[in-house]
Design a binder for this molecule. Structure first.
Ligand code: G3P
Ligand code: MG
Length: 370
């Protein structure tokens, strides 16, 4: 790795470049911190090279993620440097002022939605608590946490969570969802209960105007707008094999929604297909938002630089999101081998460079731009 050759390190930092680092598979593998990441970000901090962290992950506020990553990586990261999958969705808040919206993901997604200006977010758990008969198959009921070595599965799962601080339990929800309609569904992060959440979302999409426990005619179009914060089919954590991500949840939801509108996919008309808006990498809205964040951050580091970040280097592990997105939006793409991608997968979506890890990527760029 380049770190083994200090003589290769550039002497000065160019102000006209910037980096957008993916997180999972590049800086972290689940609970594990990749130490190359700490060294790379420290080097960039020392040299005042602007960078943002652009992830399809989320479920917490940008401030919480910045705090968590700073602690894990041992480098200072500001909230303004963090672009989560749902960060650009803050721009939807004005559209749903004073309206109930269903926010899918971890409980802390409710805090995220409130921080964006959504005034009445509700979680699937709250909708479920209103009438548990809507999904009578809670598999975890009555199961005790099993010991796993010295730690229990539950402890293990909690330590996987990005939240080092635990969220207070949800307050009982007093809304009657047959009297107050839900106006939109926003999938902010991975569903914590696919079965329950798919059922609730399809109920809403087929409801009369967002009132639960109602059903519109099969010929009527989808009742509510639906938004997803990312399309990733897979991601890489500290399990040996890639895991399903939010895109997999969307496929399951889409298949069941469309099956419930027509018996076979080929019988479906356009009006019966699931309609949705996507955010996250590789979507344009996300790159537009991220570009603005990177430029604002660069300006704070280099106030006299007229054109900071003329060249943006995107370092990622997922060709379909990181590399495809970067190439589509005029950024230079660098694919690493520490995450979801393996040489044997073949298609790298035309990565500009393929390197072993984030440290090799950073050194390659600094050497080239020096
Ligand atoms: O889609 C799953 C998400 O955790 C991937 O995050 O950082 O690899 O974009 P990232
Ligand atoms: Mg990744």
């Amino acid at each position: 790795a380049a770190a083994d050759h200090p003589q290769d390190k550039p002497r000065t930092a160019p102000a006209h470049i910037g980096f957008a680092f993916d997180i999972d598979g590049v800086l972290l593998k689940g609970r594990k911190v990749l130490h190359q990441a700490t060294r790379s970000l420290s080097l960039l901090n020392d040299k005042k090279v602007p960078y943002i962290l652009l992830t399809n992950g989320g479920g917490v506020t940008e401030a919480r993620k910045a705090e968590d990553l700073s602690a894990k990586l041992g480098v200072s990261i500001r909230p303004e440097q963090v672009v989560l999958s749902h960060s650009p969705m803050r721009e939807l808040a004005a559209r749903y002022a004073d309206k109930l919206v269903l926010v899918v993901g971890s409980d802390s997604c409710k805090d995220v939605a409130l921080s964006y200006g959504f005034t009445r977010p509700v979680l699937p758990a709250e909708v479920f608590a209103w009438n548990p008969a809507m999904w009578p198959f809670k598999s975890s009921e009555g199961i005790q946490a099993r010991p796993l070595g010295r730690r229990s599965l539950l402890e293990d799962r909690m330590s996987c969570s990005l939240l080092t601080h635990r969220r207070p339990p949800l307050q009982p929800c007093t809304i009657d969802f047959t009297r107050e309609p839900i106006s939109a569904v926003l999938v902010f992060n991975d569903s914590r209960d696919w079965g329950r959440d798919i059922q609730i979302i399809i109920d809403l999409m087929r409801s009369k105007g967002g009132f639960l426990a109602t059903e519109s005619d099969r010929s009527e179009p989808q009742s509510l707008p639906l938004y997803f914060s990312n399309s990733d089919l897979i991601w890489a954590n500290d399990y040996p094999v890639n895991r399903f991500a939010q895109g997999a949840f969307r496929l399951a939801l889409e298949t069941l929604y469309e099956a419930s509108r027509g018996r076979l996919r080929c019988e479906l008309t356009d009006g019966q297909r699931l309609v949705y808006t996507k955010f996250g990498k590789p979507e344009h809205a996300t790159y537009k938002f991220a570009t603005r964040m990177l430029h604002d951050h660069a300006k704070s580091l280099w106030p006299n630089e007229t054109l900071p970040c003329r060249t943006v280097y995107a370092v990622g592990d997922n060709p379909a999101s990181d590399i495809h997105g970067a190439n589509k939006h005029g950024w230079e793409s660098i694919l690493v081998r520490t995450g979801v991608w393996r040489e044997s997968h073949g298609h790298d979506h035309g990565a500009g460079h393929v390197v072993h890890d984030v440290e090799e990527a950073v050194h390659l760029v600094l050497k080239k731009e020096h």
